[in-house]
Design a binder for this molecule. Structure first.
Ligand code: OGA
Ligand code: MN
Length: 299
């Protein structure tokens, strides 16, 4: 009796794809040139990609003229996918994809236009934050629209030993709602959340310093967007400490600024980095598709 090859086995044994991994002249990031993520990727090639992701924290896969289904299938190789709470902005037929866009059609926004308005790590407000996110360029503006990435391992390592000792035992609350109404006041098209959506994003408490589960490296894990308070500290002390950490965590020497090229697929590690949308002029159109890989409970 011969066992039929499963599709997964076929993929794992696929012929190698020739591709290069070229680190950027920046604190983090590398571009992957020559790989087609819609073609089968064998185990050895996948291991190279995985290793490069851990080493560089953000990989830019160039020229991926691939479908939403390909984007989803590639993302799934890194873990189960999150379904974003803003179901208003799921791509039709693909709830795993969140549309990030400033475009309005018939007066209605087609996606989340102000994703990344403040520095953050995706989904840090849930008990299991994201491992990483994959953002695929669909339509790019003629000017603006860059995305910035800040290395939180470097941020941790650059703190004084006194500050490291002070914050190591601390925990902080993260809330999706922390800046929601403020953003909604500026961008009235942001949907009003239903009670079910509010219940889905109950705040989570996370370590202020987390350990990367795969590399063992420590990283600062507080953000301007989602972190509301340090647990157990008086409000004034908590506010002052968070302000100091926020300013430190995004110093220019920790940052890579990504200027998007057509069909870039950017995969960053939310356990190592924070990111920020630099902003797009209202006169320019920008549309990207995002998948979000689920991660572990931080420790
Ligand atoms: C995101 C995000 C930044 C950007 O999609 O998670 O923060 O530049 N996007 O669009
Ligand atoms: Mn984000």
């Amino acid at each position: 009796m011969t066992a039929a090859l499963s599709p997964e086995a076929t993929t794992r044994d696929a012929p190698p794809q020739p591709f290069d991994i070229r680190p950027f002249d920046a604190p983090v990031g590398a571009e992957v040139v020559g790989l087609d993520i819609s073609k089968p990727i064998n185990d050895a090639d996948f291991a190279r990609i995985h290793r490069a992701h851990l080493d560089h924290h953000v990989l830019v896969f160039r020229d991926q003229q691939v479908s939403p289904a390909d984007h989803i299938a590639f993302s799934r190789r890194f873990g189960p996918l999150e379904i974003h709470v803003l179901h208003q902005f799921h791509l039709e037929g693909y709830p795993e994809i969140l549309i990030v866009s400033n475009i309005k059609e018939n007066g209605e926004p087609i996606g989340l236009g102000d994703a990344g308005a403040y520095w953050h790590s995706d989904i840090s407000y849930k008990e299991k934050p994201s491992l990483g996110s994959l953002l695929h360029a669909q339509e790019l503006p003629g000017e603006g629209g860059d995305t910035l990435f800040a290395d939180q391992h470097l941020a941790w390592e650059a703190l004084s030993p006194e500050m490291q000792a002070r914050i190591l035992p601390l925990r902080a609350e993260h809330s999706y709602l922390a800046k929601y109404e403020e953003l909604r006041a500026k961008n009235p098209w942001r949907p009003k959340l239903s009670q079910a959506q509010i219940d889905e994003v109950a705040p989570a408490v996370q370590p202020v310093v987390r350990t990367h589960p795969e590399t063992g490296r420590k990283a600062l894990f507080v953000s301007e967007h989602f972190t509301t308070r340090i647990v157990g500290l008086p409000k004034e002390e908590s506010d002052a400490l968070l302000a100091e950490l926020f300013a430190h965590s995004v110093r220019p020497e920790f940052v890579y600024r990504h200027h998007w090229a057509p069909h870039d697929l950017v995969f960053w590690d939310n356990r190592s980095l924070m990111h920020l949308a630099a902003g797009t002029p209202d006169s320019e159109r920008r549309k990207l598709y995002r998948t979000t890989v689920e991660g572990d409970v931080p420790f």
